[in-house]
Write a protein that binds this ligand. Sequence first.
Ligand code: HEC
Length: 128
Amino acid sequence: MTRTSRLACALALSALGGAGACSSSSTSQDGSTDAGVCMRVDPTCPATVPSYATTIHPILVSTCATCHYPDSPYAESSLVTYEDVNLAYGAALGQVSACLMPPRGQMQLTDEQRTALLDWLACGAPEN
Ligand code: HEC
């Protein structure tokens, strides 16, 4: 199952010239053999910036703040409040665009979520 969906992800990515990002449904459980399948993207700020309040904050809360909260034993940066994210957005841009976050084997972003988050981060993470 995971191997098949990873292959599907790789095929979709090559067909799209890398524009598609991580597959939403491939959650690898072994976390070890799928390195390099999800291709790095180089996001640029779009004309319409996704809203932090209505779009981005819910994504961060559901898929990132499970590990990234104040004094978390898992990760340094909290991603709960806007102030938290504003401190870490450059790192977040790097991690998410390189498919390093969320970690493999954890709940992944859907393509829509990943695109929205990367667009917003590429715009400098405005409080909009
Ligand atoms: C399952 C737990 C988990 C989830 C979910 C998760 N992360 Fe992380 N994250 C970590 C751990 C652990 C580290 C530090 C170790 C490492 O580099 O792998 C980290 C590191 C980072 C860093 C580097 C700074 C730091 O805090 O160490 C950023 C930025 C980051 N994550 C962003 C995100 C974003 C954005 C999401 C959601 C799209 C996310 N993470 C989801 C566990 C998680």
